[in-house]
Design a binder for this molecule. Structure first.
Ligand SMILES: [Zn+2]
Length: 440
């Protein structure tokens, strides 16, 4: 049994009074975050003005200050009505945001630049807060501290039983509002039986694309959700209706709600599609090879951007990276410079030119004609089996560097959570199948 971190998302169906309480908690969280940020900014200004002792307070110090301040005459008389967790967790998030900004600015943090935390504004920022402490899940309700039992939109008996049995532990309960629906996403540590292998020992190349979300080296084409495109006409209609309403009017507020609901629905469709795709891939293949796509660079291309965002490449990759480990499969990220599209999968010759508009590859050497994405997928599978020995170190590194690490202890991380299961040995090895694949 390995402990993995995961999130259990539940849409809840609160009573009117509970809705009010939830909104109040979100408001407190926002208020505390802004209150803390104002203090941090004041400290920064003082230091810039020449006071070397001025330092931005830590989350702990902020929380202590907040507790003293809220009771003072200048404080907030309504502090007793909300859980103390909401402002406490807001201070922690603020500290994390400031640290991310600091390390990003001095180059210690990989990835895109992180900006300085900003003030949140009611109606502009997402309504959210986080609770810790005694959170219980029963068949049809989740019990939150200070808020009490809130009805769920679904039956969660399975997870409730596991929490009661102690095989799943709730670490925190982030709550947020999506359009007019409140969602509780329990962050849990769950014990999972992780198989050493999926049973399948094949290597499958997956080419992520815009026209087809994924093309597998075995030839299967998995269409994308296209949820946004399908809903685009509705979206256009709703947003036009919204912009026509007079500012500040009730009709405008109503139109805004309709628009937000539609956005939330599209997001849910995408999420669902992504989960199903990654799980199907993870469960049925021994090794999954994907391209190291520069998604940020591609999003710069505006015409591609909508389809790309729809496909949610980055999120797909992130999910593959951590769910692979749950089912005993491995995720391999091919080298960024490997020419998976331009290489002929039949003879291995790399073409000098392949325009993005060319949907098929035509090899001048062996005469092979094959769909571009399928060819790329076969090449990816080939790469995983035939790359130089030194590449295995890089592979481990890439897998370890993936954003999501569900494993709890470092040992867990190394073993399974990042998808680095031990190499299958002996006759169960992957290469023969993949060689056949590459030659097909
Ligand atoms: Zn060829």
């Amino acid at each position: 049994m390995t402990r993995v971190r995961q999130a259990l998302r539940f849409a809840v169906d609160p009573t009117d009074a509970q809705r009010h309480t939830l909104a109040r908690h979100a408001g407190t969280s926002r208020y505390a975050s802004n209150w803390g940020l104002a203090r941090v900014r004041a400290a920064i200004d003082a230091r810039q003005a020449g006071d070397p002792t001025a330092r931005g307070p830590s989350a702990m110090a902020l929380h202590r200050e907040w507790n003293a301040w809220k009771r003072s005459p200048a404080g907030i008389p309504w502090w007793t009505e909300v859980s103390k967790c909401a402002p406490q967790e807001a201070s922690r998030d603020l500290e994390r945001g400031l640290r991310a900004f600091g390390t990003s600015r001095c180059g210690e943090r990989p990835g895109p630049r992180v900006g300085v935390p900003r003030f949140e504004k009611k109606g502009r920022s997402r309504d959210h807060f986080r609770l810790t402490g005694a959170v219980h899940l029963h068949g049809r309700a989740v019990t939150l501290p200070r808020i009490g039992p809130v009805r769920l939109c679904e039956v969660a008996a399975h997870w409730g039983d596991r929490i009661a049995a102690g095989t799943v532990r709730v670490t925190s309960a982030p709550v947020s509002r999506e359009a007019d629906r409140w969602v509780v996403a329990l962050a849990v540590e769950a014990e999972r039986a992780i198989p050493a292998t999926t049973g399948a020992c094949d290597t499958i190349g997956v080419d992520l694309g815009v026209l087809a979300l994924a093309t597998l080296s075995e030839g299967t084409v998995l269409p994308g959700p296209r949820a946004l495109r399908r809903g685009l006409r509705t979206l256009r209609r709703l947003s036009r209706a919204h912009s026509r309403k007079r500012r500040g009017s009730r009709n405008r507020a109503k139109a805004a709600r309709r628009l937000a609901r539609h956005h939330a629905r599209v997001a849910a469709l995408r999420r669902d599609h992504r989960h199903k795709l990654t799980t199907t891939l993870d469960k049925s293949h021994g090794r999954i090879v994907v391209e190291d796509l520069n998604v940020r660079g591609m999003l710069g291309n505006r015409r591609l951007a909508r389809s790309l965002a729809d496909a949610g490449f980055a999120e797909l990759r992130r999910q593959l990276a951590y769910t692979c480990g749950w089912y005993g499969s491995r995720l391999v990220v091919a080298d960024r410079w490997f020419p998976s599209s331009k290489r002929c999968a039949g003879c291995g010759v790399v073409k000098a030119e392949l325009a993005p508009s060319e949907r098929a590859i035509r090899c001048d050497v062996c005469g092979l004609v094959r769909h571009r994405d399928h060819n790329a997928a076969i090449n990816l599978a080939w790469w995983a089996d035939h790359r130089a020995v030194t590449a295995s170190a890089a592979e481990t590194q890439t897998a370890c560097g993936a954003d999501a690490r569900p494993g709890v202890s470092p040992a867990d991380r190394g073993e399974a959570a990042t998808g680095i299961a031990p190499e299958p040995t002996g006759s169960t090895g992957g290469p023969p199948a993949a060689v056949a694949c590459g030659a097909a």
